[in-house]
Design a protein around this ligand. Sequence first.
Ligand code: ASP
Length: 355
Amino acid sequence: MRSLIDIFDLSVEEVNGLLDTADDIIANPAKYSTACHGKKIATLFFEPSTRTRLSFEAAMIELGGNVLGFEAGGNSSSSKGESVADTARVVSCYADIIAMRHPLAGSAYVASKNASIPVINAGDGSHSHPTQTLADLCTIRRHKGKFDGLTVGFCGDLKYGRTVHSLIQALSRYTGIKIVLISPKELKLPEYVKYETIKANGMEYYETESMTEVIGDLDVLYMTRIQHERFASEEEYLRLKDSYVLDMAKMEGAKSDLIVLHPLPRVNEISTAVDKDPRACYFEQVLNAKYMRMALILKLLAEKDTEMPETDAEYREDLTCDNKGCIVTTEQELPHLFRKGADGKYRCLYCEHRD
Ligand code: ASP
């Protein structure tokens, strides 16, 4: 069964193909208006969402299909203790494809192993969010015409921001990309992204706490909000929540062809005065997300019988994942699967945290 759990489930050629399909949908929407006639997408959202859920639903409706689902885990049987695996099996009886968001890392992977229809990861905890990445790539390509050689800055909550992790993974497959990581030291990129993606691929990168130091070097600035819901301590959130605010004074130091992206929702990290600047592309990114999700639904439905390659994971009874945000910590019957990382350490298959 073909699913999209992380961005590496798509080859670079396939990502480029989805970008081309999205361009064609934008140019010829009528051509696609009945492409999914008679098909249903189930949107299973165990965590809040505005854009992702509505854009999956809008995407399916614009393809001529139908939508069912729930928008809060409290409205589903998970509140009675149903496992993700059982929910995925049940929903497979009603729909043709699933888009699922869940607060625990690895949840979409578990769903995909138990569903008999394709599963799209619409965000699993602080782990990954590959369809936001497709929207980000679409927006970058439509403005820059390429990925190779770009200097891309990521600013804000790089620790819990799942969209950052997935976009860095996607960019690691292009050439000559320079990554600039701008965050307070408490919210630095998780080491698994740094090791498995940035260092393992020999990407050039630079870390700083200062946005003004680097803004003038950037072709793309990817702003993120501080992910309040993932903090264990309210006090720490309050201390870090105003770490960065992009305003017009800072934009003056940026290139004239910079593009500013943000996966949204915005809290206060981009002043609304920036919205009028032609370099602000975050609302266009929202629209591109719908087109990329249309392209993805079409592809996964067309290729649903293609087998996904088996992972090279090992069952290790002697290792345990201690990440509280990982699905193995709540669904205790899941096998303890680990994979050896580029640095030789074992990482949990579900959340990628190191043992
Ligand atoms: N909407 C994005 C996500 O679901 C970004 C965010 O929530 O800050 O990860």
